[in-house]
Write a protein that binds this ligand. Structure first.
Ligand code: NAD
Length: 499
């Protein structure tokens, strides 16, 4: 666990940081082949942090060729498991060594609170590389039952070149979720970070080479979705795409695959997760803490953000009043201040979108109980933590993904109504249920069509548990756990006749 330091400390790191601005292809930094760049903005101040290589189709072609050469050479894909393990363990150590600098870089790039960045990078990202490193030499194939005249081996092989197209809300963590199991499997990768948050992925690629990952195995291309993202989706020599982002863009990747080489596409997409408090649940500190953090954590820019809070009629007033008290303790402010819990929205457009949803909530008749605006004293793209009471399930704010610090309370009369409302969405990423009654909890868990159901806690699970969505929140692919390896491996049968 990283020790938290002062705002002055993080500001010093920020002023000394060398921010990456080039693409990373075939083991080194290089400009985009067109020489074009785009501006990278710090959303907490609106200031330009620097420029970044603007990669497009030609750069994707170069990066895929490098990834393919690296894969076919066997320099990574055919090494002994122990070798890959050692390299990834070194990478985990390097991430730990650089965690403060990476966290500050991520905070500047995205406006995320430094406390969250430190936790995500110093603990989770490093742990991901370590966990998958330790898994590599414990994955066994199978021998199928046959007669004495044959030996049938079932083996897993690395799938090849993986295209990774990523969102801006957890930039380095999402890279780690995909890159750690893909590297463990022996794959090469072409990573397209979100245009709003390219920095930490670039630095990670450099650290990976320092750890011993051969050139060409990891390539990082900053660029935009319509161009670089689409070129990854359509590339005929990419064997699989692993995408995290919105449901709308995820659908494009299915089309790209259908119109190119039919590559499999792993999709992790949006959500509108219910947080259900049945009326036998004690409205204690822990529950209130989790209700608030499940909606406001990462400034609500979270795929499983629990904006839709469905609360039993008997406990709703107590719940809402305690939530409002707790929300006051969530400081909005300078993301580099370790006391800050809510940083800025990622862009001005996104800030306006979130404020637009808040306005729509008001117009459709939800009671605004806290927040609702932009904090006047802060220069960047911030939104106040906002709470709506008396939200009706048919309101736009109860149906669409807002992706901002907004919590809405819907009153429900009983378990059946909560379940009906919770199921009434196209999404199926996550759900939370609070109840004292274990039978009710199990009934709810079984009937909620979501990839993760969390009982008496808000959690997305941990590295050991698969994460992904039902319905339009995801495909069958899962991140995390041993299941993540399935995205990056394919199964081969070797049938040997025995005479
Ligand atoms: P987004 O869909 O706008 O962008 C994601 C990535 O796709 C970016 O790299 C972007 O450049 C690229 N892209 C955009 N348009 C494209 C196109 N036409 N063709 C190819 N690529 C394109 O998502 P975002 O705004 O970066 O992230 C927020 C979304 O991500 C939310 O919906 C959130 O729920 C989801 N998300 C899901 C998970 C999960 O695990 N399920 C995790 C984090 C975020």
């Amino acid at each position: 666990m990283l020790e938290t330091k002062t705002l002055a400390h993080y500001r010093t790191i920020a002023s000394d940081l060398a921010l990456p601005g080039l693409a990373f292809i075939d083991g080194e930094f290089c400009p985009a082949s067109s020489g074009r760049v785009f501006e990278n903005i710090n959303p907490a101040t609106g200031e330009i942090l620097g420029t970044v290589a603007h990669c497009e189709t030609a750069d994707v072609d170069i990066a895929v060729a490098a990834a393919r050469r690296a894969f076919e050479s066997g320099a990574w894909s055919r090494t002994a498991p122990e070798e890959r393990k050692e390299v990834l363990l070194r990478l985990a150590e390097l991430v730990r060594r650089e965690a403060e600098a990476l966290a500050v870089m991520e905070s500047l790039d995205t406006g995320k609170a430094i406390a969250d960045c430190l936790h995500e990078i110093g603990n989770e990202v490093a742990t991901f590389f370590q966990w998958y490193a330790e898994l590599i030499d414990k994955v066994f194939g199978k021998v199928a039952p046959t007669g004495e005249d044959a030996l049938a081996l079932i083996v897993k092989e690395p799938i090849g070149v993986v295209g990774m197209v990523l969102p801006w809300n957890f930039p380095l963590l999402m890279v780690a979720w995909k890159l750690a199991p893909a590297l463990a499997a022996g794959c090469s990768a072409v990573v397209k970070p979100a245009e709003q948050s390219p920095l930490t992925a670039l630095r990670l690629a450099e650290l990976a080479v320092e750890a011993g990952v051969p050139a060409g195995v990891i390539n990082v291309l900053p660029g935009f979705g319509e161009t670089a993202g689409q070129a990854v989706g359509r590339h005929p020599d990419i064997d699989v795409v692993s995408f995290t982002g919105s449901t709308e863009v995820g659908a494009h990747f299915l089309k790209y695959a259908g119109e190119s080489n039919l590559k499999p596409v792993g999709l992790e997409m949006g959500g509108k997760s219910p947080f259900i408090v049945l009326d036998d649940a004690p409205i204690d500190d822990r529950l209130v803490d989790e209700a608030v953090s499940s909606a406001l954590w990462n400034a609500g820019q979270n795929c499983s953000a629990n904006m839709r809070q469905m609360v039993g009629a008997k406990v709703k007033d107590e719940f809402l009043s305690k939530v409002l008290d707790k929300v006051k303790t969530w400081k909005v402010g300078d993301p580099l201040d370790p006391e800050t819990r809510i940083g800025s929205m990622i862009t001005k457009e996104h800030q306006e979108r979130v404020l637009g949803y808040i306005e729509m909530g008001r117009r459709e008749g939800a009671a605004l109980c806290a927040g609702g605006g932009r904090p006047a004293e802060l220069p960047g793209y911030f939104v106040e933590p906002t709470v709506f009471g008396d939200v009706r399930p048919d309101m736009t704010i109860a149906r669409e993904e807002i992706f901002g610090p907004v919590l809405g309370v819907i009153t429900v009369k009983d378990e059946d109504e909560a379940l009906t409302l919770a199921r009434d969405t196209v999404y199926g990423l996550h759900a939370t249920v609070f109840t004292r009654d274990i039978d009710r909890a199990i009934r709810m868990a079984r009937r909620l069509p979501c990839g993760t159901v969390s009982i008496n806690a808000f959690t997305e699970g941990d590295i050991k548990t698969p994460f992904g969505g039902y319905r339009q929140s995801g495909s069958l692919a899962r991140d995390n756990g041993t299941e993540a390896m399935d995205q990056y491996t394919q199964t081969k049968t070797i049938w040997i006749a025995v005479s």
